[in-house]
Design a protein around this ligand. Sequence first.
Ligand code: FAD
Length: 467
Amino acid sequence: MKIGIVGAGSAGLFAANELGKTFGSDVKIKIFDAGPNIDDRTCPQKSEYECAQCDPCRIMSGVGGAGAWSSGILNLNKNIGGNLEDLCSKANLDINEIMNQIDNFFVANGAPNDIFDPYNNGGDLKQLKRKCAANDIRFIPIKQRLLGSKNTPKVIKSIVHQLGTDYDIEIIPNTRISTFSKDKTLTFEKGGKEQFDFLLIAPGRWGMLWLANICQKLDIKTYYEPLDIGVRVEVSSIIMEDICENIQRDPKFHIITPKYNDFIRTFCVNHKGYVVKENYEENIVGVNGHQISLNGESETSNFAFLIRQHLTAPLEDTTEYGRSIAKQTSILGGYKPLVQTLGDLRDGHRSRQSLIDRNPVQPSLNDYTPGDISMAYPYRFITDILEGLEILDNVIPGVNNNSTLIYAPEFKRSAKKVDVNKYLESKQVENIFFAGDGAGLSRGIVAAATTGIIAAKGIINKITNTM
Ligand SMILES: Cc1cc2nc3c(=O)[nH]c(=O)nc-3n(C[C@H](O)[C@H](O)[C@H](O)COP(=O)(O)OP(=O)(O)OC[C@H]3O[C@@H](n4cnc5c(N)ncnc54)[C@H](O)[C@@H]3O)c2cc1C
């Protein structure tokens, strides 16, 4: 029996581990990844670890997936990262057990023992919850384990080593799959093919367009998911200190905006971190945030402030819509992210470099264009952002200051969701399973791992029933 896995990210690795635990080396498992092996990634800036601030580090993927090059925050909460509880219960699995299993596996492979538990961090969680409740904000307390940018590659290395030595699982880097077919054959871009009994396709966001394309060719149904679009907000770190250091490292606040009833949320909070430029694709730039840099801690904290937007006919393609806004913003910024002070955005002025230079909050990103985000973003989104920050200021005083920096574009493309059964097997093609962010089934390291485990359980059921 042979199982082929596309993508050595969180979903692929955890699926492989589950399969290995059950079958040992009795079933041959191969994982293919388009990117390099964990040891072979080198940063042109010659940092010891990936700096995640230059294009080669950020665009490329590789063994360990996108999570390997992140600050590695493990969100240990069933409400974060997708409909995990629902997915697990359909597959007769207990979400809490699965999350513990994932967390324990990371710890066994070298993840730090410390955990950020909002209920036990010494901060005044009750007071924060009271303020949130009084201002119609939903705060999601999450137990989080922070691997840290430096540890994450070491943890991945240990997992890869364990899969190889314990279960003889082969992880094959630098091998991009150009297509897969209904008869479970993988075609390699560099030439050759290999047929398997089961396929698990887990290509992450890096491979989501590719995946949607192949699904269309194979008549595997996919659905558009909502778009997450917004800005990155940067403030003096002292403003976030109490919450980030004493309650929750990456606090999640959910708000419904008054005018449009839109859902807006904080995401990817980088306390004392850096804003980084991304190249979403040619001629489309964007921003993201990163926790640790070669320069050490910054004096600012940043977070994404994202609006969730569903679209219906005639334009259901949320990625295309997000891309068109990001493109417009990129053109206005001369292919650099736009930066504007919140004061200027509110007052309808373009920010000038001279103003940014004397702004109390200094940008942690160097490569930007001072500009006017309202020239690029729809009125509805600007309204949502201004209203959202005003409300958030009741819980994080100072976030709505004139000196707060707003960066655009920031959007998280949603993968198209593959039509799968309760074990994440295609409803149209038997024995092809899907997992992770690229199939629209998860968002985040732990969530992707959860879907990998569910898919693996599906494959295990099928194999054991035929044995
Ligand atoms: C900068 C950054 C920071 C992040 N920080 C966090 C965080 O702190 N906490 C958190 O929970 N999440 C974080 N995330 C998100 C997290 O990394 C992802 O949710 C998670 O890695 C998804 O896992 P996955 O297995 O679905 O896909 P991935 O981890 O993306 O892995 C997919 C793999 O598939 C490979 N692949 C794609 N297409 C092909 C193909 N055709 N052939 C062969 N291989 C292919 C890719 O090379 C990749 O290695 C971050 C993401 C980024 C980009």
